[in-house]
Ligand binder design. Structure first.
Ligand code: 3HC
Length: 311
């Protein structure tokens, strides 16, 4: 019966092994993974918009080529993650529909505007930096397809973070106006990047179960702290400051004390009331409908091919 299967499932989790698509799994393990992987995939796809906004206005061909490659990578990350979600029995079309109808979400961070070129640097350094801190532990997540998707995504993400750091380093060591632009971007992206890690552990609805299932390996607050500790050193190499007067090393805790992000703002953004939520979804809806002919043509072509050369 199911309790035998439940026991088998728990033994896999206990032994730090991987649950694979054909293994029996509890319904709410499956549901929570679909929720998280789908929203992770939606984040990658929506995340193409704020950075894509600067491809036509990059300051040099080199920067344009790098940004193009990064945005294409994000599309690929979305693909790997939708494919991982499909192994749980949902279709990509279903998930896209849930996103477009507002029943599934994407990361809060992409609801902020990219006002200057320096934002491309701040997103690379801070947002992709936060994504790496969050995604490296997910390489050890108990669900096989998700963990494997993460390994490749993390490799590409470190390139994203490096190029962002390099943009900010160049601006910070450029003209006073460039330096000011870099500092302004860091000031605007710092707290929303801290909020990316989710609500405080005390308000986290999924953490307990997610950690018991070894999907989430570290709590929201633990990863947020790890991110802050990492950024302080890097900010000093950039010679840029972080917009937190209470940021200071706590020798007892051996971590930096810091000001928490505004979690009310996070909940408002998650609810759809952020600066760019409507624009992001409208853009995605338009792109989806304008791209319908491409999907139909690709499907028709694949169907013809299948008839000619049965597998
Ligand atoms: N933005 C939007 N929603 C958020 C959020 C955020 N920053 N943080 C939390 N939430 C939502 C959760 O989805 C959950 O709502 P739901 O039940 O409707 O899904 C609710 O707030 C409560 O939060 P919990 O802490 O209980 O939720 P989780 O256990 O799922 O933890 C998480 C949140 C840490 C984001 C986790 O879902 C996770 O690790 N997801 C995978 C990573 C991910 O999605 N990253 C997106 C960042 S962007 C990115 O990686 C692209 C890169 O190229 C920059």
């Amino acid at each position: 019966g199911d309790d035998h299967l439940q026991g088998y499932f728990e033994a896999i989790i206990e032994a730090d092994q991987k649950v694979e698509p054909r293994d029996w799994m509890p319904d709410d393990y499956r549901r929570s993974l679909v929720r998280q992987i789908a929203q992770h995939a939606h984040s990658e796809i929506i995340g193409m918009q704020p950075e894509g906004n600067w491809i036509t206005r990059a300051p040099s061909l080199k920067r344009k080529a790098i940004l193009l490659a990064k945005v294409q990578d994000e599309a690929g990350h979305g693909l790997y993650l939708y494919a991982a979600a499909e192994t749980l029995g949902v279709s990509r079309d279903e998930l896209v529909e849930l996103l477009l109808s507002g029943r599934q979400k994407y990361s809060s961070i992409f609801n902020y505007p990219t006002l200057t070129w320096a934002d491309v640097g701040a997103i690379g350094w801070l947002v992709d930096g936060a994504a790496i801190v969050n995604q490296v532990p997910l390489c050890r997540c108990s669900y096989g397809p998700y963990a494997r998707a993460m390994i490749r995504i993390c490799k590409e993400e470190s390139f994203h973070q490096r190029q962002g750091f390099e943009i900010l380093h160049t601006l910070a060591h450029g003209t006073p106006a460039q330096r000011e632009m870099a500092q302004d971007a860091v000031n605007r992206w710092w707290y929303p990047s801290l909020a990316m890690f989710g609500p405080p552990d005390s308000d986290s609805t999924h953490s307990e179960r997610s950690m018991a299932w070894k999907i989430k390996r570290f709590s929201n607050d633990e990863l947020r702290q790890r991110f802050v500790d990492m950024c302080v050193q890097q900010a000093s190499v950039l010679t840029l400051s972080l917009p937190d007067p209470d940021l200071r090393w706590n020798a007892e805790r051996e971590h930096y004390d810091f000001t928490q992000p505004d979690f009310d703002e996070l909940m408002q953004v998650v609810k759809g009331n952020g600066p760019c939520n409507r624009q992001r979804i409208e853009h995605r809806r338009r792109a989806h409908s304008e791209g319908a002919w491409v999907r139909e043509a690709a499907a028709a072509y694949a169907a013809k091919r299948a008839v000619r050369e049965p597998a």
